[in-house]
Design a protein around this ligand. Structure first.
Ligand SMILES: [Mg+2]
Length: 392
């Protein structure tokens, strides 16, 4: 059995170009799907997949670990930069899809699963509609509450919000007040039985992140995410120690080596490594074992396309420390036209039951993908009031 070609299929989904990776083999009808979506870096990732392809052509796709080693270690430059790691991830996910199909079992069965009966989904406020999630005015607490109620009406028992506004390295009370009012409005609107997550997008400085964390502690958040830059792991650890709220981070980390520092410094309660960036399912499984040694939970970052979601769920049905799956359902109205999925979602509670289809259990509708060709992603830049560069 040999790999004969690796293709990228780009599908523009407004904020992101979903990059689907298709690994073809010499066996009729046998191919695998992966995803290597990296917003604002689409051309680079497509080029990186092309650069990796010569390492893989003619190889046996069933040697997933061996091929991962080739992709990460050959050609001198290790695959731990975000672009190459995303390309590796897309190919690696597709190889696991192939291996599941070869053995006619879902991927989680290859890893000894399932370890649970269901996985809970959480949504973005507004279901992933860009304007609702990223651009709701932080002064409009009532809008946050309305969107929170809508999420619950749609069956979700957990949702994530970006209620922490852009802030300069040090600010006075106003942004703290905005965040407090927004989270209070959401909590009062949905009650205590719904889990609320606040994502700071690493907007704050370490000190502002700490102030936000302290101010929001009383609302019993399910987690408080990326309180400051991922590069400042000691500062994230300081926030983790300063509040009782579980701190989550890790979506921008690449490779087990970056994760190791987060674990050794006890910086987080939840690791959010992204399977499409961190090094694919192969690397995520290593990270899962490392996290288990520290009793740290896993909630992979997953705001991208449907192959990423299928990969996260297959992983989640095999990983004991996996707690919840991020989901986006309202980013583009044709999302479900692009994919056939093997898993089912119960509308009440948004619980996912495992797929019984081989591999990732999905098929991508290439004709539908072609209706949404690459477009330059919409700019999302931040400038503070004094004209200096901020963090989105
Ligand atoms: Mg995040």
């Amino acid at each position: 059995m040999k790999i004969t070609a690796i293709q990228t299929h780009v599908c523009n989904a407004r904020m992101r170009n979903w990059i689907f990776v298709k690994v073809l083999t010499d066996q009729p009808g046998l191919w695998g799907w992966g995803e290597a979506t990296l917003e604002w870096h689409s051309r680079s990732v497509i080029g990186a997949v092309e650069d990796l392809t010569p390492l893989l052509l003619g190889e046996d796709p069933r040697r997933v670990e061996h091929l991962w080693q080739k992709m990460y270690r050959q050609h001198f430059w290790h695959g731990n930069g975000i672009v190459r790691a995303t390309a590796i991830s897309g190919i690696d996910i597709a190889l696991w899809d192939i291996l599941g199909k070869v053995h006619n079992v879902p991927v989680h069965q290859l890893w000894g699963g399932p370890v649970r009966d269901s996985i809970r989904l959480y949504c973005h406020l507004g279901g992933g509609k860009m304007e609702d999630f990223y651009q709701t005015n932080p002064a409009d607490a009532g809008r946050f509450a309305d969107l929170a109620v809508k999420a619950v009406e749609e069956g979700f028992t957990a949702f994530k919000t970006m209620a922490v506004p852009w802030t300069m390295p040090i600010e006075g009370r106003i942004p703290i007040e905005y965040a407090t009012r927004c989270v209070r409005a959401m909590r009062e609107a949905v009650g205590d039985s719904i889990d609320i997550m606040v994502d700071c997008h690493a907007r704050p400085s370490p000190r502002m992140g700490l102030l936000f964390a302290r101010a929001l502690e009383e609302f019993g958040l399910y987690w408080f995410e990326e309180p400051c830059w991922p590069e400042t792991v000691d500062a994230i650890a300081d926030v983790q120690r300063a509040v009782s709220t579980p701190i989550a981070s890790g979506e921008r980390l690449v490779s087990q080596y970056a994760v190791r520092e987060y674990l050794e410094k006890r910086a987080v309660s939840i690791l959010q490594c992204d399977i499409t960036h961190v090094g694919g399912l192969t690397e995520m499984r290593r990270i899962s074992a490392m996290a288990d040694a520290y009793r740290v939970a896993l909630a992979p970052h997953n705001p991208q396309g449907p192959v990423s979601t299928a990969a996260s769920l297959e992983f989640g049905f095999s990983a004991p420390s996996y707690i919840i799956c991020e989901s986006v359902h309202n980013d583009v109205p044709w999302r479900q036209d692009v994919v056939q999925e093997g898993f089912t979602v119960e509308a009440n509670g948004r619980l996912v039951r495992p797929s019984s289809r081989p591999g990732l259990g999905i098929e991508i509708n290439e004709e539908e993908v072609r209706k949404h060709p690459f477009q330059q992603e919409l700019p999302q830049t931040v400038t503070y009031r004094d004209g200096s560069v901020g963090d989105w």
